[in-house]
Ligand binder design. Structure first.
Ligand SMILES: *[C@@H]1O[C@H](CO)[C@@H](O)[C@H](O)[C@H]1NC(C)=O
Ligand SMILES: *[C@@H]1O[C@H](CO)[C@@H](O)[C@H](O)[C@H]1NC(C)=O
Ligand SMILES: *[C@@H]1O[C@H](CO)[C@@H](O)[C@H](O)[C@H]1NC(C)=O
Length: 401
């Protein structure tokens, strides 16, 4: 297939542009793969771009820390350290970020967790693999998110290495151990239970697993039962986090990728119509998740778990784009081909001159301007009600019971 050929060509191109990623050949199969800080230290030279991105917050923090688990919607540099095609450590990524440099964020500027960290009075959270490993650097939070990762272990593995959901939770367990060593069991439990966990994962299980019909999955599961399966895995993982004293969790729903430039190109959308069959799957997943999260919140004592429906909020932005200041809802700012959705964003020449009137930055990811709106909606539903049963501001403002 032409696409496979293209993917091979691009991977050759990428390994030429980023030869250092070849030096990091971890075994990809097997559950043991979860690089620890010390392993990374011994292999990778410390060229951490992320360390320069911390911004001092003005207010005193509302919570001690923000911990982040997920995929490319919130990866802030994990994949810079992995041998993968899914990377954003080159311009034009980051060109509108605070440092105007690429960091690994899949965006021209900030990702939602950057805006939310500032809302919480915290500095930007840096990636687990990109920091020094000192407890002082992790005390305001750690970002474990890895582009390409899904809920299913092998989702996204055709892109190269990633840190899957279970591996990210394993890395968090390591962080927790370090906290215990430095502040004692009680201190660590106290810090974790007061901190916010942000979980944004699942889209790659559609993009790289279900929609590609991996292992004949479309014959074995209808979209509805596939979403039930994914949701039950999330349910189990949140319970595991709860056992590690996690109490405040934000679970993000999935975005309307049926409107993403990649699928608009692949399904040959006419006149910029979104691909409804894909959006229907996402809508179903979000529906299942919303009710599951509600039940889970009732089941786990003293927990505060909220679900934020990215789909509804994003569709509101697309529909009312003019009032939000967007005049291009279908074309990526950076990419090539129809809707600029055919080839991923590889170089500055492939990008539009000003991303601020675009909804889509590249073939799958929204612009900084959209991330700002989504973050506002997670915080307090400023533009549209997005989170259930409450918004993040109400969650962190709650008195301990
Ligand atoms: C999925 O793949 C299987 C073979 O692996 C094939 O028999 C089936 O028709 C495919 N389903 C769809 C909907 O393409
Ligand atoms: C959007 O507006 C900018 C200037 O404000 C203009 O240059 C651009 O052509 C417009 N794009 C579309 C798709 O109308
Ligand atoms: C992009 O356009 C917006 C308004 O359309 C403007 O406010 C902003 O300064 C522009 N940014 C750049 C980098 O030119």
């Amino acid at each position: 297939m032409a696409l496979n050929l293209l993917v091979s060509l691009i991977s050759i191109l990428i390994s030429t542009i980023f030869p250092q990623s070849r030096a990091l050949q971890y075994p990809q199969d097997g559950f043991a793969f979860a690089p620890s800080r010390s392993l990374i230290d011994s292999i990778a030279p410390t060229t951490s771009l992320t360390s320069s991105t911390s911004i001092s917050p003005q207010t005193s923090p509302l919570v001690p820390a923000l911990f982040i688990i997920g995929d490319s919607s919130i990866d802030c540099g994990t994949n810079n350290f992995l041998a993968t095609m899914a990377r954003a450590d080159h311009l034009p990524y980051g060109r509108d970020f605070d440092t105007h440099r690429p960091t690994g964020r899949f965006c021209n500027g900030r990702i939602p967790v950057d805006y939310l960290a500032l809302r919480l009075g915290l500095p930007f959270v840096s990636s687990y693999l990109g920091q020094t490993g000192n407890v002082e650097d992790m005390i305001h939070g750690v970002n474990y998110a890895s582009a390409g990762a899904g809920i299913i272990f092998s989702s996204g593995s055709e892109l190269g290495q990633h840190i899957s959901l279970l591996e990210q939770i394993q890395q968090f367990t390591d962080t927790y151990q370090q906290f215990i060593l430095s502040m004692g069991e009680q201190g660590a439990a106290n810090l974790i239970s007061k901190s916010v966990f942000y979980l944004s994962i699942g889209i790659n299980d559609y993009i790289h697993y279900y929609l590609r019909n991996v292992s004949n999955v479309q014959n074995l599961y209808l979209p509805w039962s596939f979403s039930q399966f994914l949701a039950s895995t999330i349910w189990q993982e949140i319970k595991n986090l709860y056992d590690l004293n996690v109490r405040k969790v934000v679970v993000m729903g999935l975005a309307p990728i049926g409107c993403a430039p990649h699928y608009m190109w692949e399904y040959r959308s006419e006149n910029g119509e979104c691909i409804e069959s894909i959006n229907d799957m996402v809508r179903e997943f979000n529906f299942v998740m919303r009710y599951m999260i509600e039940e889970l919140g009732e089941e786990l004592p003293d927990s505060n778990i909220i679900f934020c429906d990215v789909f509804e909020s994003s569709m509101d932005i697309i529909k009312n784009h003019e009032s939000y200041g967007f005049n291009d809802t279908t074309n990526a700012c950076c990419g090539l081909g129809e809707y600029r959705g055919w080839i991923l964003c590889l170089s500055p020449e492939m990008a539009c001159s000003n991303a601020s009137n675009h909804i889509w930055w590249d073939q799958f990811h929204p612009t900084d301007a959209v991330n700002a709106i989504l973050a506002d909606n997670v915080w307090n539903g400023r533009h549209t009600k997005m989170c259930y049963p409450m918004h993040l501001e109400d969650m962190v403002g709650r008195k301990e019971t």
